[in-house]
Design a protein around this ligand. Sequence first.
Ligand code: ADP
Ligand code: MG
Length: 626
Amino acid sequence: MQKGNISIHAQNIMPVIKRWLYSDKDIFIREMVSNGCDAITKYHMVRPEDTEALSVHVTVDPQAGELRFEDNGIGMTWEEVEKYINQVAFSSAEEFLKNYSGEDKSGIIGHFGLGFYSAFMAADRVTIDTLSWQEGAKAVRWESSDGMTFEMTDGERATRGTVITLHIMEEEKEFLDEWKVREILEKYCGYMSVPVYLEKVEPPKKEEEKADADKAEKDQEAESGKEEEKKEPEAPKPINETHPLWLKNPKDCTDEEYRENYRKLFHTFDEPLFWIHLNVDYPFNLKGILYFPKIKKDFGGQEGEIKLFNRQVFVADNIKEVIPEFLMLLRGVIDCPDLPLNVSRSFLQNDGYVRKLSAHITKKVADKLNSLFKEDVKQYQTYWDDIHPFIKYGCLRDRKFFEMVSGILLYKTTDDRYLTLGEYRDRNTKAEKKVYYTTDKNRQAAAIALYTGRDIDVVVMDTLIDMNFMSFMEMEGGEDAPTFVRVDAGVDGLTDEEKKDSDLKQEDYEKLFRDALGQKELEVRLQALADESLPALLVEDEQMRRYKEMSAVYGQSFNLPDKYSLVLNTQCDTVKKLNGMEDAEMKEMLCRQIYDLARLSSRPLESEDLKQFIERSQKLMAYLAK
Ligand code: ADP
Ligand code: MG
């Protein structure tokens, strides 16, 4: 027998590891299973001709209070246990500590190759029973109850491979629950490369129960009369899929396989819109599938999910440093063997390799969108409602991405056309560099009609991201940048150059309306609008309105002035005649009526205003009927 201390740093490191990883304890299971898989992979390399089935077996044994991990892999000799378990162990943990001491736990990727010693997060005694594959090797038994000192003796294992036995601490008993263990295995080991089986040791049956069970079985046999045909126990199924779809060649994958993979990965019945299969060997190794999900209305609430794997071992969800933030709206898997995971997030952020990886993913996404647009623009248009928040967000976040997709950004019109900016301009030469938009198709219907009535397209900008996106396009769109104007923000699109002349006087009308409405500050303008039947419009300055909306979004509530102007149409007979009217009461009523009608074109009238409007309308009708 040999006793000793496990590498010199163990005394310092073990307590820290235990404390820090308290909330991520589950990962010790992953570490045990992945060591088993590694041992099998190594064995396969030294003896590729061996056709024996190789697998990892996890056994939950509540009676013994044990969790066992057994593999028929390469095994270890006495010397190897000394070297890899006693001496070199903690090398990754040490490195980890060097890099992160001082940082708080949240600043670390909670998942890293902590390795074998993570077993002590849940166990108060760990034993290794192992027999090396090498000719003439002797079995070895190693045991430790604290991860700091060990005992080694000759072992009794008769078959090649290793079983690691964890005697689970009293306070970690949940790891003796089969379903809990299954859940953890499915999460972390669901796509490992070697079949992983889970078994549970049932408690021994009491004598009378046994007799009962035997009797029941006999009765049943007698009933069916088929004593011979005893049912074969079903072959146990591994908990994992050893050849995940993302590692296959995209050429060999069917659409249905991609969909099924999606449903399985995300436990959903939803169908993805489309997907991108990432398959790169050079200059870095990257495999994965990114799915575009159907987006539920506003993307604000939408959470994507990208699972990060390292050689088929699940590492973490949504590591923002690796995957561009705006891609977090997508769902999928990324398997990247070379990712330096044992490092802090701030390191990942500044790592050139990670940056390249992230840029590559971005480019692939942009390529896919461009090829969809090129190959089947109709189909692309049907995706637009679902993907536009994601694309717009990407443009705001990533200049490169914006440049790559700038030609395939669409604007949806109120009559459901999907136009590029170029197409909008071609169709709407009258609009010049302006793009007219609405934020609410229903409430702004009257104002929209003024434009659509003149064959000017109005685009719908009704998601949270649109406001930011429009400002972005105005600022970053270069020489050809559009100016976005809400349908109720101005009258530029509605004026008619030929009818500009008018002998109405600005001052007269300003006074007339200010007095009639009792609004001393009201801005009144005279303008020739093309629609002669329209007396007036109430417009709100685009910039002021945006500014107010923005400050509302950011929770500031300055008392910003409303900046409405009443635009009176000099081409409308009612307006023309208004100032010369004799009947003062009628004149005032008409002013108010015109003002209310103008208000109505962008928002409904409420309470007192509505009541007055109705009463006045009735009076006017009575007057006409006279
Ligand atoms: P890593 O897996 O990153 O090398 P670990 O701490 O998980 O670090 O394991 C340390 C070493 O112990 C492994 O490299 C391997 O040599 C040995 N080892 C652990 N588990 C097994 C096993 N089941 N079979 C054979 N060797 C093992
Ligand atoms: Mg390991």
